[in-house]
Each structure stands twice: as C-alpha cells, then as structure tokens.
Design a protein around this ligand. Structure first.
Ligand SMILES: [Zn+2]
Ligand SMILES: [Zn+2]
Length: 327
C-alpha cells in the first residue's frame, strides 16, 4: 500500500519506507529523500537515527543546514539497492543538484515516484530521462496546467542578461530574486558566462554553491553580501528580499537597486525560468515513458490527470492511496 499526502509518499510493504518525510511523525526507519528543498524534507534532531537514503549531493546540501549528524546513506544514480523484497534505484530527475526519481521493483510490480522533475536541460543540470516499462508512475504535478508554458532556456537566459546589462548601464545595482537552490546556481553560471564580474550572495547560498562546485559546476566570481561594493550584481532568495535588505545593499554599494524576479510562477514583470517542467514537458515525459497508469501528486493533480487522459490516452488519477497488492 502507498499513501500519499502532498510531497510525502509512505510505502507499507514488507520493508516499509517513506519518501520525503517533512516531519518526524512521518518518518519510517528507512526514508528516501528525493532532493534538498525544504518543502520535501525536514531532518529532526530526535529522528536523526532513522536511515535517510539520498544522492550524495543531496546529503551534502542537507548537511549544511544541520548542527548535528544524521544517519545518511548515500546512493549514486542508477545503482540499485536491495531491501528485502524491493530493489530501489535513484535516477536523475533534472530538478536540482542531486535530485532523484525513485524506481521501485519487486516480483509483483515495477513503479516510479518522480519527486520534483525537470525535462529541460539547463546550464547546470541534465533533464530526466524517460522511465520505461512501469506498471504505474507517480508524478509530481507542479505547473501541471496547460497555461504553464515556459520559454526555452536560452530565451530566459537572454532576458536575464539584457536586464542586468541595462541596470548596470543605468548605474544601478541589479538584484535578482530567485530560489536559493537550483535557479540561483543556474543564474550565477549564466552571469559568469556573460562576464558580468562579481556577484554578491548570502552566506547560505555561497555554501550551496560550493556543493555545486564539488560536483563540477564551476561557479565563480562570488562574494558575500557584505562585499557588495565590489560586485556588479546580487542574487537573493525571496526570504531575504525585504526593505531592510534593499536599504543595506544600496547603503553598502552606493547604488540604487533594481529588482528582477526569476520564477516559474506567472508573475508580472518576471522572467519565467523554472526548475520544474512545464505542462508540455510533463506530458512529453509521460508520453515517452508510456506507463500503464499515472497517479498525480504534489501540485495541479486533477488538471494534470485530465490532460494525461485526454492528450495521451493513458489512465490517470490524482493519488492519495494506491493499493500495490492488487496491481
Ligand atoms: Zn523541489
Ligand atoms: Zn516540490
């Protein structure tokens, strides 16, 4: 039996496990973490002796927010782990560094839980590949509505580059507001390519970027925010974007700040660049994977299910409980 609530998937087979428990009450002895975003995993101090399987990069990213040791078990992509009756394999899901889809195989069934996915190649990540021969797929549904259609990556990069260039020309300090893990690194990489000089970032972001560099992403020209005077650009997560921060950046840099949001949401005056697939990307991925059945979770579940049935002719429904014994 699989039960699903928002991002958390609980499997109650012979060896029970939980994927992405976001609170200790959801922990199993064995847990699998799809990626390091905080809406997918919370490692609590009291629960740290439970086992947490994740890609090594995810573990590195998670460790940075912890002041205690947890029982992490690293697992590389495409390396099956045997757990009594189940074989579990992590697969690249293309969302952020270390992000994984989870393939589960036993003698009754073969299914996959995608975690958050991106079907688009970016300058720091490779897209998820189709997962074939599945009895069923459980797919995340963020942006699973037809209205979500994102521009091609190079188009988004050009928009960001042009905006930064213009701000610098106007003697302003360009400040890009975007998610700390995933898009920030993509933007830093792009600004590096365009030789915009130094980029100021909060300490937590610099720490995350170091992990990206451990995995060969070659991000450079980065400074802590305190040294924004020597930078030509700033990248901030939404949590740090407030009046106090605006004043601080202007005060230290001696320049007025100009702001640009980079997100997947259809906000006004923003660049659409997402670490998730858009609607078409999700349908293409499902269409090439050809599972017998698709359950949707985490996001626009009903809308995506309708789209899968209508566009692909594959049976689909929003998931809360799946009885794996009857498959
Ligand atoms: Zn995520
Ligand atoms: Zn998510």
């Amino acid at each position: 039996m699989l039960s699903i609530s928002n991002t958390t998937v609980k499997y109650s087979g012979e060896v029970p496990f939980t994927i992405d428990p976001i609170s200790q009450k959801n922990y199993s002895e064995l847990n699998i973490i799809t990626h390091a975003h905080s809406d997918h995993i919370k490692i609590s101090k009291n629960g740290r002796y439970n086992a947490f399987i994740a890609h090594p990069a995810t573990i590195e990213l998670l460790k940075q927010g912890l002041d205690f040791d947890a029982n992490f078990i690293p697992s590389e992509y495409n390396k099956p782990i045997k757990l009594n009756g189940n074989t579990i394999t992590l697969l690249n899901s293309g969302h952020i560094l270390g992000s994984s889809a989870v393939l589960v195989e036993n003698d009754k069934t073969r299914f996959a839980i995608t975690g958050d996915i991106n079907t688009t190649e970016t300058n720091v990540s490779r897209p998820i590949k189709p997962i074939e021969d599945l009895d069923f797929m459980i797919i995340e549904s963020t942006y699973g509505l037809e209205k979500y259609q994102f521009p091609k990556r190079p188009e988004g990069y050009t928009q960001i580059n042009n905006w930064v260039k213009q701000a610098i020309r106007n003697n302003k300090m360009p400040v890009i507001i975007t998610h700390r893990l995933g898009k920030t690194q993509e933007i830093v990489k792009e600004l590096n390519k365009s030789n915009f000089g130094y980029i100021a970032l909060p300490t937590e972001t610099l720490d995350s970027n170091e992990v990206y560099n451990l995995y060969g992403k070659k991000l450079k020209n980065m400074l802590p925010l305190e040294e924004v005077r020597d930078a030509n650009c700033v990248v901030l997560p939404p949590s740090k974007y407030n009046q106090e921060m605006i004043n601080y950046i202007s005060f230290i840099s001696g320049k007025r700040a100009d702001y640009l949001h980079v997100t997947g949401h259809n906000l006004k005056n923003c660049v659409n660049l997402s670490s998730h697939s858009d609607y078409k990307g999700l349908l293409d991925f499902i269409g090439t994977s050809k599972p017998k059945m698709v359950y949707t979770y985490h996001g626009h579940t009903d809308g995506l299910s309708r789209g899968i049935e209508k566009e692909l002719g594959i049976k689909s429904k929003a998931a809360d409980e799946i009885n794996t014994n009857t498959l």
